[in-house]
Design a protein around this ligand. Sequence first.
Ligand code: CTP
Length: 430
Amino acid sequence: MSDGRVKVTVGVCGGIAAYKSVELVRLLQDAGYDPHVVMTKAAEEFVRPLTFAAISGHKVITSLWGEEAGAVSDDDESSIEHGIEHIWEAQTTKLLIVAPATADMLAKFAHGLADDFLSTMFLATTAPVIVAPAMNVNMWEHPATRANVETLRGRGVKVIEPGSGYLACGMVGGGRLAEPPAIAAVVAETLTGVVAKGYVSLAENNAVPSAAMEPDFAGETVLVTAGGTREAIDPVRFIGNRSSGRMGYAVAEAAQRRGARVILVSAPTGLQEPPGVEVVQVVSADEMRSAVMKRLREATIVVMAAAVSDYRVRSVAAQKIKREAARAVILELEATEDILREVVAQRVVGTIVIGFAAETEDALANGRAKLAGKGVDAVVVNDVSVEGIGFDAEQNAGSFLTRGGAVELPVLSKAKMADRILDEVAKLRG
Ligand code: CTP
């Protein structure tokens, strides 16, 4: 990183898709990053290290033991002894992207094997890791690979799902490496902290985001709710909903990136806690209410993106309800408190409160009714009946409703939507 560019390590594994990584390295270079390439032995069967060296301007690391190939220049500090080079690489890189990631490498990563440079570096780095798998469809769908991918996701590794189509092996199905512009966009978004954790939208993959945004939320404390609450039926069962939490997490991340102090009250999600954000984990609507009300006084902006259960089970069974116990089980439900209404009633003057409205019909009309009925400053309304948008989806679209009118929010990744929402909140503040 001697010239001030951000260092990104590109791991290339052995697969026919390795040739696409050449374009990836070029795109990262064009976007202003400083890509360094690590190749596995098998990758060298598909692309010569010299190709990557020529594009990146750095030697390509091909071995743990100092047999690097394709050296064209070595003007930075990496000319240290080979024995600890993986540690050096691991510590100095800002991000590790592995594309293509083979089934073998995913298995090594998942199980902590460290028998080559890339797998050793993976264990040694604390930088964010992204993998873009590519393999035969049966290998991709094999339970062993599925389990390894889930293990990695659970540990915070971002997975760029392979696409479907004709595979090099002649089969048709999932397993094609995502396109290099899509991978470069995810790298850029991860480095600028734009993307919601977990799955990543590849729809807007041609635009590589550039500089980070202005800290226009400096001085604000943003309280965000996210995820879907769970209401217990018995010790093992609950009533839940399909909210993934991605929209709320994206708002929390975006606000943090734009300079705010952020408190995220999160119902269960499969998402990684955003760095720099204070996360309060809750489960039920009642727990969410307590957490929100406890922190409300600190907030200057409240964004209620959580899907809160409107009902809870009146009497939760102390023991697991047995199948034999009855032919039919009738659950009596009682209403939960409307947290948003309570927030509006108890907010300090000047606190901006934004609600969300997930609707399956008459979205705008229902959104307007919620804007008026709940007394909030704005409602983000989306039609969750549209496939691929809103609930448990990577993208969102809708409208930002205020008493002054409606601003349309087009189909966007939830990360970009979060910024658009904050842009509108900033206008309200202005
Ligand atoms: N909300 C809340 N507490 C509840 C229910 C909802 O704070 N018990 C908040 C949500 O976080 C969201 C807004 O209220 O910001 C609207 O949620 P939604 O489920 O769309 O509306 P409801 O008020 O529950 O109305 P309905 O389900 O009848 O559409």
